[in-house]
Design a protein around this ligand. Sequence first.
Ligand code: 5GP
Length: 195
Amino acid sequence: MDLPRNKIIIIAAPSGAGKTSIVRYLLEKMPDQLAFSVSCTTRAPRPGETDGKEYYFIPVTEFEKKISEGSLAEWEMVYPGKYYGTPVSELERIWQMGKTPLLDIDVKGGLNIRRRYPASSLAIFIEPPSLEELSRRLQARGTENPESLTARIEKAGYEMSFKNEFDQVVLNEDLPTACRETEKWVRTFLQAPAP
Ligand code: 5GP
């Protein structure tokens, strides 16, 4: 189902590397070309998150049903007990609007999508300046308890080892610079003729 005109943009990074800010920037700058791909997850909503906007928040049983039906383009247990996945229906919904899905997903999920849609996807890795800085940013964000913070830092070290498998790596030392650089890669990719 890899229709050539149907492009996909993947923004992946360790948690806290700034990818959500970059994704928000791209959606604001390019609202006619891009739409956010809303994933399913079994984690609980954080304060301020709305079902159907940041995620479709669903129970584990429903998520596992989607896995067995094959209705997810990729899925991962990103953290112990917490599933995250990209519904195929979400990609199709966005393509049908004539836009390109923008995926904010973890590193392994990003590479899996890249492999599933090799001709039509652009995978960008957002690199944090260092693991120390990542830890500082996550603490400042204040969304994680100590266990979750430790899990995210440990996972980040592992995820960094995959950066060379991405089409582009953008260092997020300074957010506005990283936003502009990512936008440049996205525009170049969208302007290229469909394969
Ligand atoms: P958070 O819980 O902070 O919203 O997200 C945790 C991680 O899961 C982030 O790296 C986020 O990008 C990733 N994620 C979100 N949606 C998906 C998805 O559909 N698939 C995969 N593999 N990862 C996802």
